[in-house]
Design a protein around this ligand. Structure first.
Ligand code: SF4
Ligand code: SF4
Length: 444
């Protein structure tokens, strides 16, 4: 008896929130909230956690809204008691259904995907929260749904895109929890993001302006994340975006989120299966040289008053040289020479990433020195000495390929205060959420 009642209250709780969104004219939010309880039909543990979160947040919302309504009625000397009682009932039923979904009986019913329910629900919630914040704060509509279905046609369409991207984040997080699956999936997800990024750029250049972020084009070369602001004396959007990803996931920009890095990854996969590492001196001195060259040149061009077009052509030339490195070196070695020896942002990500305590560690007791991890590492971060030391070298981007490759489970993510399995789960949950967010908003 309790189960059908609680499930009914859970569905009703969502529908009441949807009705409130409709009352405000937000059709997209109404549709997203009404669709949310359908996830419960999957019997997945993550669906119950997401529904519980929505109901608990909804209860907090009804308390806040109820107090506002009551104050308003009091100010106008109107009857408020009936309204307060109705809203209290709505709040209590939503709260009760939300708490029930977190309990033992609901855990037994929603048993699909047990073991990954928490990462999936967290990735869903984080992706939705970040996308909603970006949508609310940006000065231009950042989501394609809002651009193609503007307010007059379908108000709030962006909420449906947020729902779709949050579901994608949840699916990714679930798939990433299995090391072998993460190993296979990461390059595909990364390539999909890069393809979406450049497809939008191409459509924008063909005249479909909605596929561009603002219409102010710049050359899509990562080195410009630093060199661009040095040349222009402003325009820190990409630098801030890059720095925020470092804050969340250390150097993982270069293994999951960069639109060009996916090309180098693909080029290296055309080469030998066992990566032939780039010499260690190149991973530091090669990228220090390009960092000095790009930032020094940008400053010199600015001081000389050179036009933006000339600077853009030089930047495009640098980008093409990078593609040359991918084709000539990465493809031959099966290792990502562009990202580990040429791209200055890769070095900045590696160095700044050290400030954030995500690390990859080798359990030396479990490690047999078989070298499987080193053959899988495309970032040239696992020399025999690094393995002996129990930690990868500077170019490590926490890609996780070595975790799936190690037959002895000796490669581990680490974060202070967390066990290795929890460190990996939290890290990949963050990466999954960011991957979905980038798919939705990263464009030029
Ligand atoms: S090294 Fe450069 S191109 Fe490679 S993934 Fe990092 S930022 Fe992107
Ligand atoms: S050491 Fe492991 S996690 Fe680090 S870059 Fe190499 S394969 Fe990726």
């Amino acid at each position: 008896m309790t189960t059908p009642l609680m499930l009914t209250l859970a569905v009703l709780g969502h529908l009441l929130l949807a009705a409130h969104a409709l009352r405000r004219g937000d059709w997209g939010l109404c549709a997203a909230l009404a669709a949310l309880p359908l996830l419960l039909l999957t019997r997945r543990g993550a669906a119950r956690l997401v529904a519980a979160l929505a109901l608990l947040l909804g209860a907090a919302f009804w308390v806040d809204a109820g107090l506002g309504f009551v104050r308003l009625r009091l100010a106008f000397g109107q009857d408020w008691l009936r309204l307060a009682l109705i809203l209290a009932l709505v709040t209590i039923s939503g709260l009760g259904a939300g708490l029930w979904l977190l309990g033992r009986r609901a855990r037994e019913i929603f048993r699909q995907g047990r073991g990954v329910e928490l990462p999936q629900a967290a990735a869903f919630a984080l992706a939705a929260a970040l996308l909603a914040a970006a949508r609310a704060k940006a000065s231009v509509p950042v989501l394609l749904a809002d651009r193609f279905l503007p307010g007059g046609t379908f108000p709030g369409a962006g909420w449906l895109e947020i729902l779709a991207l949050a579901l994608y984040a949840a699916w990714l997080a679930g798939a990433f929890m299995d090391p072998a699956r993460h190993w296979r999936l990461r390059p595909r997800v990364w390539a999909l993001f890069s393809a979406a990024f450049f497809a939008q750029l191409a459509l924008g250049l063909l005249g479909l302006q909605d596929f561009l972020m603002t219409g102010r084009l710049h050359v899509p070369v990562p080195a410009l994340i630093l060199a661009g602001p040095v040349f222009r004396g402003g325009g820190l959007f990409m630098a801030i975006l890059f720095a925020s990803t470092v804050l969340f996931v250390g150097p993982a920009w270069c293994s999951h989120l960069c639109y060009i890095g996916a090309w180098d990854d693909a080029a290296s996969r055309l080469g030998p299966k066992a990566a032939r590492p780039v010499p260690a001196r190149w991973t530091l001195w090669g990228r220090l040289a390009t960092l000095a060259l790009t930032c020094g040149l940008a400053l010199g061009l600015r001081l000389a008053g050179v036009s933006g077009w000339t600077a853009a052509w030089l930047a495009a030339g640098f980008g093409l040289a990078g593609v040359g490195v991918m084709l000539a070196v990465s493809r031959r070695r099966g290792a990502m020479a562009h990202c580990t020896a040429f791209c200055p942002i890769g070095l900045v990500g590696n160095v700044l990433g050290r400030l954030i305590p995500w690390r990859m560690r080798i359990d030396r007791a479990a490690c047999t020195r078989c070298g499987s991890c080193a053959r899988a590492c495309r970032y040239s971060a696992l020399s025999p000495q690094d393995i002996e030391n129990g930690r990868p070298a500077l170019p490590c981007t926490l890609c996780g390929d070595c975790v799936g490759a190690c037959p002895h489970e000796a490669m581990r993510y680490s974060f202070p205060g967390l066990a290795p399995a929890a460190s990996r789960a939290v890290f990949l949950t963050l990466v999954a959420a960011l991957s979905a967010v980038f798919l939705g908003v990263a464009r030029i």
